[in-house]
Design a protein around this ligand. Structure first.
Ligand code: AMP
Length: 487
């Protein structure tokens, strides 16, 4: 096992997940639409997918490892997922083991009836809750932090499912955009800071809750609004109800959704992700000009920023690296060795625009530095005269604990190297990153408000917006007492 029940060691890569959720209430083709929605969210998790549906009498569940299209394109699979309500989830975990029982939505039969839960985010007290719950007799079926939610709902003494669900939410720390499904309701909840996204949509009277707007576009559904930070929405035959169980806090959505994680055709916080990425490139060109002949994006994630950089600087934009689209994301490879190989499998130099030129590579981010080193070498091998690099986000110095896979801090290049050391390591003539205020200007239109930052930007600043209880190894005193009081 990657981590046993009582092992609270945070050995970096073992605990985090990347995910996408999609739920729909009140449509004859609920599960087929869910499969399509998950397909649009595939970039959020490529390891496994699951769908649970309810047909008015029974719940049905199908889970598969691999891509959504590997498993959910089969007619017989969708045919088994009967009903007008469905909830789906895509997942990429770094637990090192891919076991079917970890694949979401997780499902349990409770005193109030069946409950399925799909989670995008990561609980920063998931291990503490797990330990406490197991000590109190809970029988865990998975190694996922999400399972705590089912146990907490089961233990609440409130009579109704929505109240029980809210009871459970009160004990969670970290990031959660949750969609839950019962025999009568689809429930969406976003953590008090709204760290991960959650969107409300509508299709011919059926309501949808999903991670990104691109999942609405694929099925021709309408965007209604975002679920707000700290909001719980309850969808039933009676319509939609909005609850606010938490004291109102200013939202702090994760800025990394704009940098890398969300799809560029999605709209987040009222801002097109593509437009935000392009604006990062414009800002970068203003902050760190380069004397070069041609701008070359690192595909695909560097393309919008490179376009912005080229437009702002007036330097020609060329596709100097061609990407093979039949290879997964670099990070999806489990070991450093295979990751390095993955970069070679994925990218090839387009010599015709590189040879003899002074080139500027633009990428969205540097994590371990693996991609950059390989690509720079490839550019020199293709005859580049000079290779420079600009990165359209600030240096990543701190790991994420809110549902984006990042390695432990010692593997983050910027955590252990100065900019000059990184320049040397990557092998470029010049290297610059976008400033923190620059990324705020690109995404939000104003500089960072240091007293009350508009986003969570912990990867760059180390300013984590919630307690990191598991990491610090301290249970919050609230946890057990609240459970005992059954509040
Ligand atoms: P690295 O090779 O480790 O420096 O990774 C940097 C590359 O990975 C960049 O091209 C990014 O587009 C991409 N990237 C950044 N963050 C992530 C992430 N959380 N998961 C997968 N890929 C990422």
């Amino acid at each position: 096992m990657a981590h046993d029940t009582f092992n609270l060691d945070m050995d970096g890569d073992t605990l985090r997940e990347e995910c996408g959720v999609f739920g729909i209430f009140g449509h004859d083709d609920a599960s087929a639409l869910t499969a399509l929605g998950l397909h649009a969210l595939q970039h959020r998790g490529q390891e496994a997918a699951g769908i649970v549906s309810y047909d008015g009498g029974r719940f049905h569940a199908e889970k598969g490892l691999g891509l959504v299209s590997d498993y959910f394109s089969r007619e017989e699979t969708i045919g088994r997922l009967k009903g007008r309500v469905a909830l789906g989830h895509v997942r990429y975990s770094t637990t090192g083991e891919t076991i079917l029982r970890n694949v979401q939505p997780l499902f349990a039969e409770l005193a109030t009836g069946g409950l399925a839960v799909g989670h995008n985010g990561n609980l920063t007290n998931g291990h503490m809750l797990r330990r406490d719950l197991i000590q109190q007799g809970a029988i865990y079926q998975s190694t996922s932090d999400t399972e705590a939610i089912l146990h907490l709902v089961a233990r609440s003494t409130k009579p109704r499912i929505v109240e029980r669900f809210i009871d459970a939410l009160r004990l969670l720390e970290g990031a959660y955009s949750l969609v839950a499904m019962t025999n009568k309701k689809l429930i969406g909840a976003r953590d008090p800071l709204g760290i991960r996204p959650l969107i409300l949509g509508e299709l011919n009277g059926a309501y949808i809750l999903c991670s990104e707007t691109c999942a609405l576009d694929i099925i021709g559904a309408k965007f209604v609004r975002e679920v707000e930070n700290g909001e719980v929405v309850v969808i039933s035959e009676e319509g939609i109800q909005s609850l606010r169980p938490f004291p109102k806090l200013p939202a702090r959505p994760c800025i990394f959704e704009y940098v890398y994680f969300s799809r560029p055709d999605s709209v987040l916080g009222g801002r097109s992700v593509y437009a935000a990425r392009k604006a990062m490139g414009v800002q970068l060109a203003q902050e760190s000009p380069a004397d070069v002949d041609v701008i070359i994006p690192v595909p695909d994630s560097g393309v919008p920023a490179a376009l912005g950089y080229a437009q702002q600087s007036g330097i020609p934009f060329e596709l100097g690296i061609i990407r093979n689209h039949y290879v997964g994301r670099t990070f999806i490879e489990p070991t450093q060795q295979i990751r390095a190989l993955g970069v070679k499998l994925k990218h090839n130099a387009n010599r015709s625009v590189i040879a003899g030129k002074r080139i500027l590579l633009v990428d969205d981010s540097v994590v371990r530095g693996t991609t950059s080193v390989k690509i720079v070498k490839m550019m020199y091998e293709a005859g580049a005269k000079e290779v420079h690099m600009r990165i359209a986000s600030p240096p990543i110095k701190h790991p994420d604990f809110y549902g984006i896979d990042t390695p432990e801090q010692k593997h983050l290049l910027a955590a252990t190297h100065s900019i000059e050391e990184m320049r040397e390591f990557i092998g470029v003539k010049s290297l610059a990153f976008l400033s923190v205020n620059g990324i705020y200007a690109a995404v939000g239109g104003t500089p960072r408000n240091d007293v009350q930052p508009q986003f969570t930007d912990h990867c760059f600043t180390g300013d984590y917006p919630t307690p990191l209880t598991d990491l610090e190894g301290q249970a919050t005193p609230r946890q057990l007492s609240l459970l005992a009081e059954g509040r």
